[in-house]
Design a protein around this ligand. Structure first.
Ligand SMILES: NC(=O)c1ccc[n+]([C@@H]2O[C@H](COP(=O)([O-])OP(=O)(O)OC[C@H]3O[C@@H](n4cnc5c(N)ncnc54)[C@H](OP(=O)(O)O)[C@@H]3O)[C@@H](O)[C@H]2O)c1
Length: 271
């Protein structure tokens, strides 16, 4: 199952899981990216995998309940081997600063519901109907914003912090049943959600800056994220649980090094 399957990271993860370990996909999206959703359908068809799209909201408790009912009808009990939460539905704005767009209570609640609470809602509804396969892998996605102070991204950082705590709590509750719950932390990838809030020129600059503070001097790709999720579904990854897995390519540490500038070296040396 992939929530947010039609674009960006979710689309790449669906392709990766269809290839390795070779899963059929139940994906949810609201239908705003028909071209990209069509490409996912074609690629999964070419791999010989089945695909079921549920077109609709996935970021609320009600939608999780209705979605789990559909999983039961389409797949039956104990068939969900992997759940990936890849919904991007956040608002950008200040908490309090005057003169710039301030977040409203509705925007804050929507962001938390879509980006954090809905992961719990889906797990609750799947578990209540015995839809999780033995040793299911439940995976959510986060980014280094959670540990940074980025103007305008306060509610995203706060919702990702909640998501991280949810992952640990779910891990301890589901661990005895054999399920594993983890969070993958990766840096900027070139997707629609990543670019939200940036005029096109500023988005190009943001990507260049993110690449410059990553040791490999480039951005992560959604295909790389997809391949990591494939790895996390395998037997060798069985002991990852309640973890926030650093897949930033060293970006976080690199940023810290630049701030501290302890060695006095040019942070871009060797570029
Ligand atoms: N982009 C980055 O730099 C980055 C870095 C690290 C982590 N992440 C995380 O990765 C996840 C995915 O981000 P992305 O950049 O790949 O996003 P994206 O390319 O914008 O794709 C978001 C997907 O979620 C679906 N979606 C959004 N709101 C939804 C809702 N309420 N109900 C159902 N589906 C919904 C979208 O389709 P519809 O609009 O048609 O519903 C689309 O399929 C997010 O959790 C994000 O925080 C992103």
């Amino acid at each position: 199952m992939v929530l947010g399957v039609s674009a960006g990271s979710g689309a790449a993860i669906a392709r990766a899981l269809a290839k390795d370990p070779g899963l059929d996909i139940f994906g949810v999206h609201r239908g705003r990216h028909p071209d990209s959703a069509g490409a996912v359908a074609r690629d999964l068809g070419a791999l010989g995998r089945k695909l079921h799209f549920r077109i609709g909201e996935a970021g609320t408790a009600e939608s999780a309940r209705a979605g789990a009912e559909e999983v039961l009808l389409v797949a039956g009990a104990r068939q969900v081997k992997v759940l990936v939460h890849s919904i991007a539905n956040a608002s950008v704005g200040s908490l309090v600063t005057r003169g710039v767009t301030q977040l409203t209570p509705r925007q804050i609640e929507k962001t938390f519901s879509s980006m954090a609470h809905s992961f719990v809602y889906w797990v609750q509804e799947l578990a209540a109907r015995d839809l999780l396969a033995p040793s299911a892998r439940l995976i959510a996605l986060t980014n280094p914003v959670v540990g940074s102070l980025c103007p305008g991204l306060g509610v995203i950082a706060a919702s990702k912090a909640a998501l991280e705590v949810y992952v640990r709590q779910l891990a301890i509750e589901l661990g005895p049943l054999g399920h594993r719950v983890n969070l993958v932390n990766f840096g900027l990838v070139d997707t629609r959600a990543g670019s939200v809030g940036f005029p096109s020129e500023a988005w190009e600059q943001a990507k260049a800056r993110a690449a410059a503070v990553t040791p490999a001097r480039r951005l992560c790709t959604v295909e790389e994220v997809g391949r990591l999720v494939s790895v996390l579904t395998g037997d060798a990854a069985e002991w990852f649980n309640g973890a926030t897995i650093d897949f930033t390519g060293g970006m976080t540490q690199s940023l810290l090094g630049i701030v501290l500038n302890a060695s006095g070296m040019d942070s871009n040396q060797g570029r």
